[in-house]
Design a protein around this ligand. Structure first.
Ligand SMILES: [Zn+2]
Length: 133
C-alpha cells in the first residue's frame, strides 16, 4: 500500500520511507521523536531508548515541522489526527489514540469509517465518527 501522511495544519508530508515522523512529549515533558508505521493496524513504534514512555502513559504529539499539536479534542481528549492520502489522492482523516500502547485507529472518508486495533471500540461509536468527518 502506497500512502502519504500529512499534517492537518501545515500540510507537510510526515512520512519518510515506511515511517511517519512525529514529535512527542512524555508526561514529564521530555521531548522525543516517534516513528510510526505507515501501515494502518501496525502498532510498532520506534523511538530512542532514552526517550522514556510507560505503557498507558498519555503522550502529547506534535507536527515536527509546524510544531502544532495534532490533538483532535472534538472527538476525545486522547485522540490525535493526521491526514492520509492514498495512491489515488483520496484523503482520509486518520484518528489515533495518544495513550502509549493503546491500539486504536480510525480511517475516515466521506461515507466510510475503517477501524484498526484491539482497542478501537474504546472511544467512539460510528455515529460520532461520521459526524466528525
Ligand atoms: Zn504541521
Amino acid at each position: 500500500m502506497k500512502a502519504n501522511y500529512i499534517c492537518p495544519n501545515c500540510r507537510t508530508y510526515l512520512n519518510v520511507g515506511d515511517r511517519i515522523v512525529i514529535s512527542a512529549k512524555n508526561h514529564k515533558g521530555d521531548k522525543g521523536i516517534l516513528l510510526f508505521s505507515i501501515h494502518l493496524g501496525d502498532y510498532e513504534i520506534q523511538k530512542h531508548s532514552w526517550f522514556d514512555i510507560e505503557e498507558n502513559e498519555v503522550i502529547r504529539m506534535f507536527c515536527p515541522c509546524c510544531h502544532k499539536s495534532l490533538k483532535h479534542p472534538k472527538v476525545h481528549e486522547n485522540i490525535y489526527k493526521v491526514i492520509m492520502q492514498d495512491e489515488e489522492d483520496q484523503e482520509y482523516e486518520i484518528l489515533f489514540s495518544g495513550i502509549y500502547g493503546e491500539r486504536c485507529t480510525y480511517q475516515i472518508s466521506e461515507e466510510k469509517v475503517n477501524t484498526f486495533g484491539d482497542d478501537a471500540g474504546k472511544y467512539l461509536n460510528y455515529t460520532n465518527l461520521i459526524n466528525m468527518s
